[in-house]
Structure formats: structure tokens, C-alpha cells
Design a protein around this ligand. Structure first.
Ligand code: SF4
Ligand code: MG
Length: 313
């Protein structure tokens, strides 16, 4: 992803002028083969928009998305549909993304029909995929409402992998599930990654979940990528003040550690009227004069990438 930008326009109404929301602002990052990159940040930080741009479910305003050497932002509709075999998505709420009137068999057959997989192969693929996600064939005749949240998400994952993709964008895939079910689904995703050689773009607001599954982590704030690092590096020593605050908010079992929690000043600003300079400056405990006027550029620091004036000359 190179310099991705997405600007949404909110129509002018009687009460307010036309508004522009810079949902994603100059995001660049790479996703490697068999890698999981976790994308974290508060709601409205642009992580879902970035994920949807990868699948072209949302057209980026500018920037490039290069997949195996091809810029997919310039593909025709037909070319993009073909590419969807390789790039798939799993949503937070499987119920909302499934037609409740369709059986599991019909839900999983949809991508096979859309991508013209010969009918003679369907049965084998359905069985194989159910097996991969840990469900018996008997679930094929069921309907979404007849299953538990965890089983439904297994179907959501089955639908995403049945065409044997390379990349899966997962948008908060375990956020709607009970904690005990969360770890089962995360383990399933890890097994599938090993078995099928998948790369994951894993969106979550939950740092604990990301720590469990990601190899690298990107932290977003108000549409911008503020830090990208290997998971171990990031959790051991976050460099960006916003990452530090996020880390300090992870629930601790040791009461001594709780004292270290960094309390951020003020509220998350509106994305339609973001602060100047570093967008984090009104809430940052380290802000200097330059932070109010000049946007920090994301640069390499100690083997990772950070957008903060504390680390720039
Ligand atoms: Fe804080 Fe300045 Fe760094 Fe922004 S650039 S995070 S305001 S120190
Ligand atoms: Mg979201």
C-alpha cells in the first residue's frame, strides 16, 4: 500500500456546510507472504477503511495498492472480480454479512458459483472447507440462526477461504465473540495460515488479540499510520506517545503496574476537523511547539517506523 488516501464527503445540509473527512491520510505499508499484520487504533482511525480499500470495496481517493506487481486500483471491474479469488474478507458480525434465508451450503456455494468453479468440484470443496474450519458436514444443511456465534464465524472464515485466497482481510473477526471462543477462532486462523499459506490484514481495537496473532503491528490515529513495528519490539518498547498510551491501557493483573497507566488529555478529535501539525498534539504529554504546526513524517527509527518529532532531527 503506497500513500493511500480516502476522503469521504458529507453532503451540505441546512445546518452545516459540505464536510470532508480524511478517513485515511497517506498510509503506506507492506504485507509479506504468510505474514499477519495487525492494525490497531480507536474507532474512526481509518483501519476498516484501509481494509476495504485493499479489496476495492471502497475506491481510494488516491494512492496505489500493488498486489504481485500489479496496481489493483487501476483494474477494471471484471479484472477486480477475478482478483477477489486471491483477496478475501471476514467481517466482525458474521450474521450481518450472511443472508439469513440461505443454508450454510448455499452461503458457501455463492463464491464457487460467482467464480465459475465447475459444479463437479463443489461437493468436494464444501466438505474439505468445512473440515478445515473444524465443522462437520452436518452443518451444511443448517441456517445461520441455528448456530452459535463461534460456529457462524467459522462459516464466515470458510466462505473466505473456499477459493484458496492468498490474502484475507479480517475486520474485528473476534470482537463479537465470548473470550473463550475468541482464542479458539484465533488458533483456527493461525492453523489455516500455516496450512494454506495465507497472509492476514488483521484489524482490531484489542491489543491483547493482536499480541496473540500478529507478526507485525501498525498503529493508526485519525487516518494516519503513526508506528509500524515487529510485535515484540512494539510491545516491549513502544516509541510513539500514542502507542505508549494504548499499551498502558491494557488491563494488568499486577496492581503495581496499573499506576503506570497513561491518561490521555481530552477527547478523540472529530475526523472532519482534525488538529493541525501532529494530529495527536492536543492529547500528547510530550508535545513541543513544532508539533502544533508541522506534521511528522513517518521515518525509520531503531528498526521500525515512527511518525513523531521526538525522533526526528
Ligand atoms: Fe507528541 Fe509531538 Fe510526537 Fe505528536 S509529534 S506524538 S505531539 S511528541
Ligand atoms: Mg471498524
Amino acid at each position: 500500500i503506497k500513500n493511500l488516501e480516502k476522503i469521504f464527503t458529507a453532503k451540505k445540509t441546512l445546518f452545516q456546510p459540505k464536510q470532508y473527512v480524511h478517513a485515511v491520510n497517506g498510509v503506506s505499508l507492506e504485507l509479506n507472504d504468510r505474514e499477519t499484520i495487525g492494525i490497531v487504533g480507536e474507532s474512526g482511525c481509518g483501519k476498516s477503511t484501509t481494509g476495504r480499500c485493499i479489496l476495492q470495496l471502497i475506491k481510494p481517493t488516491s494512492g496505489d495498492i500493488i498486489y504481485q506487481g500489479k496496481n489493483i486500483t487501476t483494474l477494471t471491474k471484471n479484472e477486480m472480480n477475478k482478483l477477489r479469488e486471491n483477496i478475501q474478507m471476514v467481517f466482525q458480525d458474521p450474521m450481518a454479512s450472511m443472508n439469513p434465508k440461505l443454508s450454510v451450503r448455499e452461503i458457501l456455494s455463492e463464491p464457487l458459483i460467482a467464480h465459475k468453479v465447475p459444479k463437479s468440484q463443489h461437493e468436494q470443496l464444501l466438505k474439505e472447507t468445512m473440515d478445515l474450519v473444524g465443522l462437520s458436514d452436518s452443518h451444511l444443511t443448517r441456517f445461520p440462526h441455528e448456530m452459535s456465534g463461534g460456529q457462524r464465524q467459522r462459516i464466515g472464515i470458510a466462505r473466505a477461504i473456499i477459493l484458496k485466497p492468498k490474502i484475507v482481510v479480517l475486520d474485528e473477526p473476534v470482537s463479537a465473540l465470548d473470550v473463550s471462543v475468541q482464542s479458539q477462532i484465533l488458533n483456527l486462523l493461525q492453523d489455516l495460515q500455516d496450512e494454506l499459506g495465507l497472509s492476514y490484514f488483521f484489524i482490531s481495537h484489542d491489543l491483547g488479540v493482536v499480541e496473540h496473532i500478529a507478526h507485525r503491528v501498525g498503529v493508526m490515529y485519525l487516518g494516519e499510520m503513526v508506528e509500524i513495528a515487529d510485535k515484540e519490539q512494539l510491545f516491549e518498547k513502544p516509541l510513539h506517545p500514542y502507542t505508549m498510551a494504548l499499551m498502558s491501557a491494557i488491563p494488568k493483573t499486577d496492581p503495581d503496574e496499573v499506576k503506570d497507566r497513561i491518561i490521555l488529555k481530552g477527547e478523540l478529535p472529530s475526523p472532519s476537523n482534525p488538529p493541525t501539525g501532529c494530529k495527536f498534539h492536543p492529547r500528547c504529554n510530550y508535545a513541543k511547539d513544532i508539533c502544533k504546526t508541522t506534521r511528522p513524517i513517518i521515518t525509520e527509527v531503531e528498526g521500525r517506523k515512527v511518525a513523531c518529532h521526538l525522533y526526528q532531527e
